[in-house]
Design a protein around this ligand. Structure first.
Ligand SMILES: Nc1ncnc2c1ncn2[C@@H]1O[C@H](COP(=O)(O)OP(=O)(O)OP(=O)(O)O)[C@@H](O)[C@H]1O
Ligand SMILES: [Mg+2]
Length: 240
């Protein structure tokens, strides 16, 4: 892919979304540049998942634009969004419990609609634990291993942008640390990442920039380093 001019890879502009009559997003705007890791930070129920579901086309927005390399993809069907290069790692880690790790990845390879660099060997290099566990059934993996497999499976689709929805949720601190290293390695390979998190530690360790979401609207945006260094600001924004 060649960028002919500088534009963000993803630009969400004034996004509104609702579940029926229940309105959830009220004019969310955010940008992700190629190669960046951007974190959407916010507490329970503020609309992080809804923002990602809107981008993926699972919940067509009621207003606003979602520009992917300058094209408005708002309302596109999920498979079309995926084919355009956006991969989604949902928070509920849906892997096949009855299939082995390798079979889970093999299924994802066959389903991939985009050609690209990711092979099963390449994801084993990124997540060496998955190579060790390649013959284990998905249902017998720990939470952290399932999270790694979910990310790995999404990579098999060769996305240019990865939407990672609360990857550290429910994981023990040691497992989170391992996952953090994996995702950092992925970032260092050049992957562009939009991360949704409640946990400041995980997100601030990875993110270049942060958007803090509150009740369906962006309350703050800035470099992650600013939030890392300013405890007062962090407490005001996130009441931790
Ligand atoms: N399928 C749904 N139908 C109706 N309301 C929903 C649905 N999914 C989410 N909501 C509501 O939309 C709001 C935003 O939810 P969302 O899941 O986007 O938040 P979140 O920031 O991802 O939270 P969490 O950190 O708990 O994952 C919440 O008030 C939630 O109750
Ligand atoms: Mg969520």
């Amino acid at each position: 892919m060649t960028m002919t001019h500088q534009e963000p890879l993803l630009a969400i502009e004034d996004l509104y979304a609702a579940y029926g009559l229940s309105r959830v997003l009220f004019g969310v705007s955010l940008q992700v540049d190629a190669g960046e890791c951007v974190c959407l930070l916010g507490r329970n129920g503020v609309g992080k998942t809804t923002t990602m579901r809107s981008v993926m086309g699972f919940l067509p927005p009621t207003g606003g634009r979602i520009l992917w390399k300058g094209t408005n993809i708002a309302g596109w069907a999920p498979h079309r969004v995926a084919r355009a290069g956006i991969g989604f790692v949902p928070e509920d880690r849906r892997i096949f419990a009855e299939l082995t790790v390798w079979e889970n990845l093999d299924v994802a390879t066959r389903a991939a609609q985009r050609p690209g660099e990711w092979t099963i060997e390449a994801v084993y290099d990124l997540f060496p634990v998955l190579r060790e566990l390649r013959n284990r059934m998905g249902g017998f993996l720990s939470g952290g291993e399932q999270q790694m497999l979910t990310i790995a499976r999404t990579l098999m689709g060769n996305p240019e942008l990865l939407l990672l929805d609360e990857p550290s949720e429910g994981l023990a601190p040691l497992v989170v640390a391992a996952l953090l290293n994996n995702v950092r390695a992925l970032k260092e390979r050049g992957m562009t990442i939009l991360l949704a998190e409640q946990g400041v530690d995980f997100s601030l360790a990875l993110a270049d920039r942060v958007y803090v979401l509150e009740k369906g609207a962006i309350r703050h945006t800035g470099p992650a380093a600013q939030l890392r260094d300013d405890e007062g600001l962090r407490n005001r924004l996130l009441s931790l």
